[in-house]
Design a protein around this ligand. Structure first.
Ligand code: NCD
Length: 310
């Protein structure tokens, strides 16, 4: 697999997704050792550049880089020169002058990572661009599913809520379709519009329809930052129509997986008992996120080094 950047899962061949997932499963073993570090990316520089808030994604990329012994640098955009009016390209030119090997970028504009990837020789990983894609999240979601199922072929994954504005949903839709799974979606009309018909998904109208047929139910946070006020029902109304509570979960398959990319809004899209309950794999997703990001950094930067050195 020769690639410089990871911008999205749209069009990524199945063999490549499988390679990343299986490398991630191997990388997970590093996190289970007492010394959670291998020398694979020693001397390489990974810079994270987040123009939008993040807890899991940023820390997990940084931890992944550290476990591979890379140096990490984190630009906190609110305190950096962007607040003083510097453009994205100028910020990137300055970072380029520091000779990074990889930039992990999150930006509110779809296409910002692609712009950097086209303009600079360093590797670019898209850690979420507007409503476009969030490929590392979908890869960690697929690793979590394959831990339980093996192959994803023929499985049904329900994505519920604000599908329209979710880059997590889009990356999962592309990745899962490639891996032979079926995606069904449900959500309020304003968050699940007709444009979704262009994607490989089946649209249902109520959460109850998808809960019964799903092998995994992926709940989404309402992307308030990307919505006009008019689209927002009250939290109580949303929970009543689209929230996954214990009552609804009882109608699901007994072995169903409950997933959420985080941050969760307890009592809105997911009930606390469901988030903390026996079917939830939400924290496994977080642990798997580190392994998937190690696999990505390894595939993009470190092919010449061996994984189990040291
Ligand atoms: C998601 C994101 O930022 O797209 N979070 C994440 O990376 N785990 C989902 C969200 O913000 O709702």
């Amino acid at each position: 697999m020769e690639r410089k950047d990871l911008l999205g899962l749209r069009g990524m061949p199945r063999a490549e997704i499988e390679a990343l997932i299986s490398t991630a499963a191997r990388m997970r073993q590093v996190g289970e050792r007492r010394i959670k570090k291998v020398p694979t990316l020693r001397g390489r520089l990974v810079v994270s550049l987040f123009f939008e808030n993040s807890t899991r994604t940023r820390t997990s990329f940084e931890l992944a880089a550290k476990r591979l012994s890379a140096d990490t640098l984190s630009f906190n955009v609110s305190t950096s020169s962007t607040a003083k009016g510097e453009t994205l390209m100028d910020t990137a030119r300055n970072i380029h002058a520091m000779q990074p090997d990889c930039i992990v970028i999150r930006h509110a504009s779809a296409g910002a990572p692609a712009l950097l990837a086209r303009s600079f020789p360093f590797s670019v990983i898209n850690a979420g661009d507007g409503i476009n894609e969030h490929p590392s999240q979908a890869l960690l979601d697929m690793l979590t599913m394959s831990d339980h199922w093996g192959a994803l072929d023929g499985r049904t994954v329900a994505i519920v809520g604000d599908v329209q504005h979710s880059r997590v949903a889009r990356s999962n839709i592309f990745g899962l379709a490639t891996m032979g799974a079926r995606v069904v979606v449900a959500g309020p009309g304003t968050m699940c519009r007709r444009e979704l018909a262009a994607l490989p998904v089946t649209r249902r109208h109520t959460i109850d329809e998808v809960v019964g047929e799903a092998d995994a139910i992926m709940m989404l946070r309402i992307q308030r930052e990307r919505l006009g006020k008019a689209m927002l029902p009250s939290a109580r109304e949303y929970a009543a129509f689209y929230g996954l509570d214990l009552d609804r979960l009882q109608r699901a398959r007994p072995e169903v997986l409950v997933m959420h990319p985080g941050p969760i809004n307890r009592g809105v899209e997911i009930g606390a008992e469901v988030a903390d309950g026996g079917r939830s794999v939400i924290l496994d997703q977080v642990t798997n996120g580190i392994a998937v990001r190690m696999a990505l950094l390894y595939h993009l930067l470190g092919r010449e080094g061996a994984v189990d050195e040291g």
